[in-house]
Design a protein around this ligand. Structure first.
Ligand code: CAA
Ligand code: FAD
Length: 379
């Protein structure tokens, strides 16, 4: 049987996130986009409301929310601002390798402190010379007594340098491919670790992105997740889950694009009538709604599979690629519906386009999603 109804708790969660987006995020989204600054007060308020690090399991002191819950929150927050949502989404991404690959003792040790205060996590896989080819990492980890010594640099890390906990993927042998990979949890900013903020992003400018540099950074041996050779697979299993909230955020952006378009098209007149009366404009809005409904269905299906403990990697890639492209098209058409006014920052639609472009690139480009999907077809 198929049942699309949400539980009362899920409806409440959705409403909480919707109110939070309207009350706290939307009024400041444009300002922080312009300032290129992470609004820390949002992290604090999200923590207070239970909207931060929602995946931390109950045995580690968290709420242990499911993937569908996370997607319900994500759609609403991204409706308010995709860049601000990325701060919270990247934190869930940062903790997911610990859910996927850590022992229960490690989960309690690493995750419980994140629940006590407003604190972010980060996920450091990409490097300056390899993003899509994630197994080709150059950052090294060498075991020296009871410590790992990390050297190298990680590129484009969301929350990089702001996070209290960063999951770093490294290699013990650059010629060893994924079989030499390790996943190591780095707490805080130990000596030798530094962050260089990446400025002038096209969009999502309220999210903080940095290059992380590691120079002989020493981390306890006990901070490794799984064992030697498990790092790459932990990263892949993580992304199989965390691409779904990217899809949810994309649906939120598309919904905003549609709602802004409806509002404007009803008010703006041309040839003596509202532009909403032209069928050319109505069809754009109809296409948007078709895309939103389809994208949400794919997202919810993938999230449901995760929550049921069923295989979900391909569905996750399908949802991420489809929803991010659908949302990009919706934002583009929203600008078209706004005419010249859509092209300037006075209206929110140009920011939607700038922000959602990234959804086609991060958490694996949409070409890589197609690689994953095509391999599943041909295997
Ligand atoms: N789950 C479990 N194991 C997996 C797996 C998965 N989803 N995918 C691959 N593996 C295993 C394979 O079975 C194989 O294992 P064996 O050798 O033991 O058989 C091993 O991993 C290597 O697999 P492949 O040969 O398929 O690996 P590949 O080198 O061809 O890479 C890829 C596959 C899909 C292209 C992968 O590199 C990839 O996903 N790249 C994109 C990276 C990415 O998404 N980065 C996102 C960074 S985070 C981010 O962007 C966050 C943000 O913005 C907020
Ligand atoms: P490349 O891998 O160099 O790709 C260049 C082009 O070639 C792309 O179009 C790609 O799709 C295409 N291509 C490559 N290989 C193939 C192939 N096999 N088949 C077809 N086409 C291919 N990473 C993290 O680890 N953590 C983060 O928190 C994080 N946050 C990010 C935030 C921002 C703002 C940005 C811009 C990126 C972030 N990333 C993060 C990195 C992101 O995941 C990578 O940019 C992405 O995976 C692509 O890697 P690349 O930039 O090296 O592109």
């Amino acid at each position: 049987m198929i049942d699309f109804s949400l539980t009362d708790e899920q409806k409440q969660l959705q409403q909480l996130a919707r109110d939070f987006a309207r009350r706290e995020i939307m009024p400041i989204a444009s300002e922080y986009d312009q300032k290129e600054e992470l609004p820390w007060q949002i992290v604090e308020k999200a923590h207070e409301l239970g909207l931060l690090n929602t995946g931390v399991p109950e045995h580690a002191g968290g709420l242990g929310l499911g993937m569908l819950d996370e997607c319900l929150i994500g759609e609403e927050l991204a409706y308010g601002c995709m860049g601000i949502y990325t701060i919270l989404m990247a934190s869930e991404l940062g903790i997911t390798p610990i859910l996927v690959g850590a022992t229960e003792e490690q989960q309690k040790r690493f995750l419980a402190p994140l629940m006590d205060r407003p604190a972010l996590a980060a996920f450091a896989l990409s490097e300056p010379n390899n993003g899509s080819d994630a197994a080709a990492m150059h950052t090294t980890a060498v075991l020296d007594g009871d410590e790992w010594v990390i050297n190298g640099s990680k590129m484009w890390i969301s929350n990089g340098g702001k996070a209290e906990l960063t999951t770093v993927f490294a290699t013990t042998d650059r010629q060893g491919g994924h079989k030499a990979s390790v996943a190591i949890v780095v707490e805080g900013m130990p000596e030798g670790m530094s962050a260089n903020k990446i400025k002038h992003k096209m969009g999502q400018r309220a999210s903080h992105t940095a290059e992380l540099v590691f120079e002989n950074v020493r981390v306890p041996a006990a901070n490794v997740l799984g064992g030697l050779g498990d790092g790459f697979k932990i990263a892949m299993k993580t992304l199989d889950k965390t691409r779904i909230p990217v899809a949810a955020g994309s649906v939120g952006v598309a919904r905003r694009a549609l709602e802004e378009s409806v509002k404007y098209a009803k008010e703006r007149e041309a040839f003596g009538k509202p532009v909403s009366s032209f069928q050319a404009i109505q069809f754009k809005m109809a296409e948007m709604l078709m895309g939103i409904e389809t994208g949400r269905l794919m997202t919810w299906k993938a999230a449901w599979l995760v929550d049921q403990g069923l295989p979900h990697g391909v569905e996750s890639s399908i949802a991420k690629a489809y929803a991010s492209e659908m949302a990009f098209d919706a934002a583009n058409e929203a600008i078209q519906i706004h005419g010249g006014y859509g092209y300037v920052g006075e209206y929110p639609v140009e920011k939607l386009l700038r922000d959602v472009k990234l959804n086609q690139i991060y958490e694996g480009t949409n070409e890589i999603q197609r690689v994953v999907i095509a391999r599943s077809i041909l295997k």
